[in-house]
Ligand binder design. Structure first.
Ligand code: FE
Length: 139
């Protein structure tokens, strides 16, 4: 992973073999980024993505292995118990050009992943909400 700061944004390159979610958490910890927006494109050969079932209040996840383009990663950075909390969704394209996606749990870069983090001033926390079963943003 390499990065460069440009005004209040970071351009980050995550390299082959590296796992996207853990690398971005590591990055936010190193730079003390508490609030922001994430977007990315790239390619992966392994991904674990989830779908939240609001009735059962639980995540179902599935693992994919193959050749995939990251059409888009969108997400945000907030804080939970003073730790960076990254909420990201991913859309992938398979070798037949079919798109699918979900909540991003884990993804391994196969070629490169180009991330932009836009850092905001301030801090927003998360709290556990019984009604939804999710860690919601406290506003
Ligand atoms: Fe989600």
């Amino acid at each position: 992973m390499e990065s460069k700061k440009i005004s209040n944004k970071y351009f980050i390159r995550i390299d082959r073999g590296e796992e996207i979610v853990s690398k971005l958490i590591e990055f936010c910890n190193e730079r003390s980024i508490k609030l922001g927006e994430i977007s990315a494109i790239g390619a992966v050969n392994e991904a674990t993505i989830g779908i939240f079932d609001p009735l059962k209040k639980e995540y179902h996840s599935a693992e994919f292995k193959g050749t995939y383009e990251i059409l888009s990663i969108m997400g945000n950075i907030t804080s939970n118990n003073d730790q960076p909390y990254l909420h990201m969704h991913i859309m992938l394209s398979d070798s037949e050009y079919n798109a699918f996606g979900g909540h991003l749990n884990k993804a391994i870069v196969s070629a490169t992943c180009e991330v932009i983090i836009d850092e905001f001033e301030g801090k927003l926390n998360r709290f556990y909400d019984e009604k939804t079963g999710l860690n919601l943003v406290e506003l």
